[in-house]
Design a protein around this ligand. Structure first.
Ligand code: GLY
Length: 301
């Protein structure tokens, strides 16, 4: 049976001099996740593995390299969903975990869906997920961005999103027995209010997976993505249009038309056909199927 994997490293105005690092990060995530699938591993394992690689790459706004909030701290959100059982696990506003996606996976394996802050970190301790020093996740680039934004009189969420990474990373995998999984992880938007949670850990908004339709991971301005349940909108569109590319475009068009939102989606349908779309200047993405491997930050013309 077909296996397939698609990943993203965020949709925003990625600067020219960061493009190479974004594509390299997506390529590494694709390779790691593909290895899992090719060895007969599950879609959940592949999606988690790919997102861990993206979280560990400092170029992305997830895990190490996450943006800072207004208090100068990192607060991270992540979620993972199984397209077979529709079970999901999510964490929000965690500060002391190097790979929030693995903590979200532990939540998926529990009998709750979403845990925040200290409660989530307490589960990390009992589930064998290692803690880290929150300061170890802060990179100089983000410390400088924080100082810059702090000195600006006012930060408009929409402007801040376009000019600074507010992006998120994600993956969707299809394994050899036909199961889909989706995973998403983020540091959120630059200079966000402490306690602010975006779309990424919210099922239907930041991700969705259902073996009967497809899987999706969203990226972009969370406050707009939540309003149109972007990931569910995209996966629901898959059976209604000819290709996952059209489904992705339709969802992003709804995001723009209904709420003036910005962002992008990556998709796989139940046969492993990829789709993606974004209405930001760039989105870092990569996909691998039985027939092709693509990694880019640009639109298909
Ligand atoms: N899409 C990430 C966020 O808005 O938090």
């Amino acid at each position: 049976m077909t296996i397939a994997l698609i990943v993203h490293g965020g949709a925003w105005a990625i600067p020219d001099d960061e493009v190479a690092e974004h594509t390299a990060g997506c390529a590494a995530a694709l390779e790691a996740g593909w290895r899992v699938l090719a060895a007969g591993g599950s879609a959940l394992d592949a999606a988690e593995t790919a997102v861990r690689v993206l979280e560990d790459a400092p170029i992305f706004d997830a895990g190490i390299g996450s943006v800072l909030n207004r208090d100068g701290f990192i607060e991270m959100d992540a979620a993972i969903m199984d397209g077979n059982s529709l079970r999901s696990g999510a964490v929000a506003a965690v500060q002391r975990v190097k790979n929030p996606i693995t903590l979200a996976r532990r939540v998926l394996e529990s009998d709750v869906v979403l845990l925040v802050g200290h409660g989530a970190e307490r589960v990390a301790a009992s589930a064998g997920v290692n803690f880290c020093d929150p300061a170890a996740l802060i990179v100089p680039r983000e410390q400088q961005r924080f100082e810059y934004l702090r000195q600006k009189a006012q930060v408009h969420a929409q402007d801040a999103f376009m000019q600074h990474p507010g992006d998120t990373v994600g993956a969707v995998a299809l394994d050899a027995i036909g199961n889909l999984a989706a995973a998403t992880s983020t540091g959120g938007t630059a200079y966000k209010l402490p306690g602010r949670v975006g779309d990424s850990p919210l099922i239907g908004a930041g991700l969705y997976a259902d073996n009967t339709t497809g899987g999706c991971s969203s990226t972009g301005w969370g406050e707009s993505i939540i309003k149109v349940l972007l990931a569910k909108t995209a996966t629901d569109a898959i059976p209604q249009v000819a290709t996952p590319m059209l489904a992705a475009q339709q969802a992003v068009d709804i995001l723009a038309r209904r709420v003036g939102g910005y962002g992008g989606v990556i998709l796989l349908d139940a046969h492993g056909r990829p789709g993606f779309a974004f209405n930001t200047p760039r989105m870092a993405y990569g996909y691998r199927t039985g027939v092709e491997t693509v990694v880019s930050t640009e639109r298909v013309v």
